[in-house]
Design a protein around this ligand. Structure first.
Ligand code: COA
Length: 173
């Protein structure tokens, strides 16, 4: 499993990864009905590649994109950014989201970002658990437009590698 910054050509990996994404996973990430496909506007959005407003960290195994974490901000030098992550169904609950976010956070800090925001459906227990695990405690979301809104300082995210078998192939199908 290779965890690396987004690079040119990764949009094609995202498109190909759709066969490993359940409709529920896509809907939890994008908060819209998906019919099992990623939103067309999103695919156009990532096609532009890394830029000060947007960047991502990807996990690739034998040419297959297993998950990716990304941030977006506006304006390009804003100290706060939205964070989102998606892990393809076969690789969920193996520590991948945590590893992706920890790696991305280091790059966010280097890019001048100081705080993270994320909107999550209240029914998304996995993401609530992930936020708790990363922030060390539940940062206490607010309720905005029908969604839970999390905001916390990047300094709250521990940067050390997680104690999981991220490089031990058998942990990942
Ligand atoms: C949420 C999501 C990114 C988690 O990815 P993941 O790689 O499975 O997460 P990790 O394995 O790193 O889990 C880290 C911690 O999060 C929590 N967690 C993850 N999945 C969970 C679940 N299904 N139920 C409860 N807690 C969960 C746990 O505390 C877990 O630590 P543990 O396994 O030691 O108990 C993944 O389920 C996903 O892609 N969901 C659909 C998209 C989405 O909801 N994205 C987030 C909103 S932008």
């Amino acid at each position: 499993m290779l965890i690396r910054p987004w690079q040119e050509g990764d949009r094609a990996l995202v498109v190909a990864a759709q066969e490993h994404l359940s409709p529920r996973t896509i809907e939890r990430r994008f908060l819209v009905g998906s019919a099992g496909r990623l939103p067309t506007a999103y695919l156009a959005h990532v096609a532009a590649g890394p830029r000060p407003e947007w960047d991502a960290q990807v996990a690739v195994d034998d040419g297959v994109l297993c998950g990716w974490a990304e941030y977006g901000r506006y304006p390009a030098d804003a100290p706060a950014a939205d964070l989102a992550v998606l892990v393809a169904d076969p690789w969920q609950r193996t520590g991948l989201a945590s590893a992706l976010i920890r790696a991305l956070v280091q790059r966010m800090i280097a890019a001048g970002i100081r705080s993270i925001h994320a909107d999550v459906a209240g029914s998304n227990a996995a993401t609530r658990g992930l936020v708790r695990a990363l922030a060390g405690s539940d940062p206490g979301p607010t309720y905005v437009d029908g969604l839970l809104h999390f905001a916390f300082d990047l300094a709250a995210v521990p940067l050390e590698a997680p104690p999981v078998a991220l490089v031990a192939g058998p942990a990942f199908p």
